[in-house]
Design a protein around this ligand. Structure first.
Ligand code: ATP
Ligand code: MG
Length: 478
């Protein structure tokens, strides 16, 4: 097995001073699975002061025996390595922090405090694997099993229940039946856990490739009601003639497709929550039921949920914006350029790709076979088109009223021609776009006949067509 050079060096330095030392936990699990570890942890018999003596470029900030050693590695996950003294943990009265930790002399004791057999593995610099709980066997069988008595382990730290689900889904492992039952039994203790810790696990779940399965497991274990009880209201609630799935099923499927398409966190959250207020807004029964205002109410629910879970303000705002606007119209006959401009003003140009991603996930999650249909491509075309709108009279530094006053003419077709002709001049030479120069130009142009003016405006039309066909080319090809 190949430990990175930085880890080898640390293990060697500790061994030279006669301190047994191992890479431990998730990194060993990932190595054995031939996957790339996210982070590296080391455990050793050396006490924090002894570790700091061997590694002067280090810091020791907490009381849990963890010293962080800085390396010169270029790889982000090897720049700072946590070295923790072998330790055991005693009773967890508050179900989240051990009342007391104490240092111990052997690695087996340290492994016994860890959550799952596949995480209770250590490997020495000489490639010796310490595996007192048959973690390697479970790795082969793809089973996630608590170390020792599952009931006790979840009682000690209820966050482990979320870790079980997240790891099982990430690794594509089955949760061992006794471990699974113990989660169902202890689910309520999740209430004792700090919201920030729950949030961090939930984010990892939502960002995992099979995010939908994590939510399904949360539901099956009974944990969901302690995290997002609002979601349970949609279970078994049918929709109308446009939907084959229940509200809950559709939400899960939308998340599935958002994850499959590697969407960002906000789009995934919005996919999960976009219909969260449908149960409360449902009117009527059967094929004709309606869910009027579920988008607005849904964005309020979304804000509540994410605030409760202590998500950062930026993520909350973005997700709520996507939920609030997820019903935008995009039928080729329904959508006008003015409508698209209003949509852009409401949502912000920068958020449009995410809103479209949400719609694609929403569609796929409703059972539509085609992710990006003709009408979405048409909408993208219109967005691009109105975004390039500066080729309009609005870009001129003077407007119709100014011209009427200056030239003492009446509003009418002539005025329209003059403006178009001015625009053509500015397109040719942008430096002309000052009040003074435009007035001078307007005086000259006013002396021309209508036909002569029309000839001048040809340039604007050509330019508009050029842009049009360029954008069209981007979206019209299948
Ligand atoms: P990831 O791939 O997300 O890093 P991980 O299992 O490595 O998963 P870490 O948070 O890096 O998770 O923790 C490293 C190791 O510390 C775990 O493998 C496990 O041995 C131990 N550990 C972490 N959290 C707990 C916990 N709540 N209870 C018991 N042991 C834990
Ligand atoms: Mg890790």
């Amino acid at each position: 097995m190949k430990l990175p050079q930085e880890i080898q060096t640390i293990l060697e330095k500790l061994a030279q001073k006669k301190f047994p030392a191992y890479a431990v936990g998730g990194c060993v699990r990932d190595l054995l699975l031939k996957q790339k570890p996210k982070d590296w942890d080391i455990t050793t018999k050396a006490k924090p002061e002894q570790i700091q003596k061997i590694f002067p470029d280090s810091f020791y900030l907490n009381n849990f025996g963890t010293v962080t050693v800085k390396t010169k590695s270029k790889q982000a996950n090897l720049k700072e390595i946590e070295i923790t003294t072998f330790r055991t943990e005693q009773k967890y009265t508050d179900k989240r922090h051990p009342d007391k930790i104490s240092f111990t002399d052997n690695v087996e004791n340290d492994l016994a405090r860890r959550d799952f057999t596949i995480n209770a593995l250590a490997i020495s610099q000489a490639d010796k694997i310490i595996d007192p709980f048959k973690g390697q066997e479970d790795l082969k069988k793809k089973i996630l099993r608590a170390v020792g008595k599952p009931d006790d382990r979840f009682n000690e730290d209820a966050l482990r229940m979320l870790r079980a689900i997240r790891l099982a889904v990430e690794l594509d492992f089955k949760i061992e039946p006794k471990t699974f039952k113990a989660i169902q039994k202890n689910a309520k203790w999740l209430q004792a856990i700090a919201k920030e810790r729950i949030r961090d696990e939930l984010i990892k779940m939502i960002l995992s490739a099979q995010a939908d399965q994590t939510i399904e497991l949360l539901k099956e274990t009974g944990l969901l009601k302690y995290i997002i009880p609002e979601m349970e209201k949609g279970i078994g609630v049918s929709q109308n003639r446009h939907h084959v799935y229940t509200i809950y099923q559709h939400s899960i499927l939308s998340l599935k497709f958002a994850a499959q398409r590697k969407c960002n966190l906000e789009v995934r959250l919005a996919a999960l929550f976009h219909d969260i207020a449908k149960p409360q807004t449902k009117k009527g029964q059967g094929l004709n039921s309606t869910f009027y205002n579920h988008d607005h109410l849904g964005s309020k629910f979304t804000i509540n949920i994410l605030q409760r879970l202590k998500f950062p303000k930026k993520i909350i705002e973005k997700t709520a914006l996507l939920v609030r606007n997820h019903m935008f119209v995009y039928g080729v006959d329904e959508v006008t350029e003015a409508g698209v401009r209003r949509l852009l003003r409401r949502v912000g140009r920068a958020n449009m790709p995410d809103l479209i991603d949400l719609r694609v996930a929403d569609r796929l999650g409703s059972g539509c076979p085609k992710a990006v249909p003709y009408k979405l491509r048409h909408l993208k075309y219109l967005i691009e088109k109105v975004s390039k709108d500066p080729i309009s009279a609005k870009m001129l530094k003077i407007n119709g009223h100014d011209i009427i006053k200056q030239l003492k003419i009446k509003p009418g077709p002539k005025l329209g021609l003059l403006i178009e002709a001015l625009l053509a001049e500015v397109l040719k030479d942008p430096k002309l776009n000052t009040k003074q120069k435009l007035f001078e130009k307007a005086e000259q142009l006013n002396k021309l006949t209508d036909q002569e003016l029309k000839n001048k405006t040809k340039k604007v039309k050509e330019k508009k067509q050029e842009i049009d066909s360029e954008i069209k080319g981007k979206y019209w090809v299948k």
